[in-house]
Design a protein around this ligand. Structure first.
Ligand code: PEP
Length: 252
């Protein structure tokens, strides 16, 4: 039985006061723990947000991390640093990091290994561009991102990883993949994990959907057999809309 995870990716939004206030609102909405709830503020607000959700059933994660432990890496942040301020999860390979910042599967893979070695739970994001979907390449792209980002990851390590399928054309655009489109890719990802590892492991891995998830479409997505939660951008920035998605996951 896979426990649902609803994760909010706050991206480069909110000031400190707004982040703390949103974190308190999410804490109040998180309920008694039927669903794992995660918030991922920008690095500079991690500490304050972790303190704000301290007594609530809410995990805190960062939106990225660097693979080196310490040293001359200006602008980067290490796994120990994010753990020190309360992170248990880390988002890796988000489409904005792949497509805007230019991160490769090779770099993401190094980050996955560093996160695992530090005891963090990575959320590995994958997903195709619109032209790739239209060219019928969705699963080729997703397969190559998964294989490239998971090189050298063994089955025990894989059991700690959450996969997030986020079609790039659906992120921040208001266009959601239909539940059928999302379920098809999620089922293919699970089959791929069964081939790369084994069926039992694949059956235990949580696969989140991301891309314009909101309260109005969350229930239909969460009702799909291979969709185990959501990675939410825009709708995670308001406590009431994020709460609506948590509720949809709890009643799925
Ligand atoms: C995301 O940031 O991962 C995301 C899915 O954003 P949005 O929900 O705004 O599409």
């Amino acid at each position: 039985m896979r426990r649902p995870l609803i994760a909010g990716n706050w991206k480069m939004n909110l000031d400190r006061e707004a982040a703390v206030s949103l974190a308190r609102g999410v804490g109040a909405a998180a309920g008694d723990g039927e669903v794992d709830v995660l918030v991922c503020p920008t690095f500079v607000h991690l500490d304050a947000v972790a303190q704000a959700v301290n007594d609530a059933n809410v995990h805190v994660g960062s939106q990225d991390v660097y693979f080196e432990g310490n040293g001359a890496f200006t602008g980067e942040t290490s796994t120990d640093m994010i753990k020190d301020v309360g992170c248990t999860y880390v988002i890796l390979g988000h489409s904005e990091r792949r497509n805007v910042i230019g991160e490769s599967d090779e770099l993401i893979c190094k980050k996955v290994h560093a996160a695992l070695a530090a005891g963090l739970l990575p959320i590995l994001c994958v997903g195709e561009l619109l032209e790739q979907r239209e060219a019928g390449q969705t699963m080729d792209v997703v397969k190559s991102q998964i294989e490239g980002s998971l090189k050298g990851v063994d089955a025990v390590q894989m059991s700690k990883i959450v996969v997030a399928y986020e079609p790039v054309w659906a992120i921040g655009t208001g266009k959601t993949a239909s539940p059928e489109q999302a379920q098809e890719v999620h089922a293919d990802i699970r089959s791929l994990l069964a081939r790369l590892y084994n069926q039992e492991l694949a059956d235990g891995v949580r696969i989140l959907y991301g891309g314009s998830v909101k309260p109005a479409n969350a229930a239909d997505l969460m009702a799909c057999g291979d969709i185990d939660g959501a990675l939410v951008g825009g709708a995670s920035l308001k406590a009431d809309s994020f709460a609506g998605i948590i509720e949809a996951a709890a009643s799925a």
